[in-house]
Design a protein around this ligand. Structure first.
Ligand SMILES: [Zn+2]
Ligand SMILES: [Zn+2]
Length: 170
């Protein structure tokens, strides 16, 4: 028996990118007492079935669109279908290998290079947020300025030292 769910006013389920989730009806054979339990406890069988499968295949099925076009990155597990250009949809977040803090929308990945030019993976918490292009430009300009100032200071020190040595010889 299918209950008419029209008019309940519940909005259709959508994936993380906002597209509606397609649904289809199936028939299952289950132990009668089990069905009795579900009825007695007013457990929605469709929701339960969906939830159990999603839990059972945690990390292999996206909990939003139920698709399996997923990608495991060092930050976590993401769904390609639910991701947009502006936002990657992660549904499992890993821990940062450098500081063990869990990755999150506001604690994404960053990396540094070790002495052998191998990447060390970290997060915003332990390595800071990556520079924007503008920040990089400003940093390089400041570094160039600092270098010139340091050279000038060195020149002045040399002159001062030479003068002091001349004075001392007098
Ligand atoms: Zn998805
Ligand atoms: Zn970290």
């Amino acid at each position: 028996m299918v209950k008419n769910t029209k008019g309940v006013g519940r909005p259709p389920e959508t994936d993380a990118a906002g597209k509606p989730v397609d649904k289809t009806q199936i028939t299952l054979l289950v132990p009668t007492f089990l069905l009795g339990f579900l009825r007695k406890n007013k457990i929605n069988r469709s929701q339960l079935f969906t939830r159990v499968i999603t839990m059972l295949y945690l990390g292999e099925i996206c909990p939003k669109c139920y698709g399996d076009d997923i990608n495991k990155t060092y930050i976590g597990t993401m769904c390609r279908k639910c991701s947009t250009d502006a936002r990657t949809f992660f549904f499992i977040w890993n821990d940062c290998p450098s500081c063990n803090k869990q990755y999150a929308r506001n604690n994404m990945g960053n990396y540094q290079w070790d002495d052998n030019n191998n990447p060390i993976y970290g997060c915003y918490s332990c390595m800071g947020e990556p520079e924007t292009d503008q920040e990089k430009k400003e940093r390089l300009e400041q570094e160039a300025k600092d270098k010139i100032e340091a050279q000038e200071r060195e020149e002045q020190d040399k002159i001062l030292l030479a003068n002091l040595e001349k004075e001392a010889k007098k």
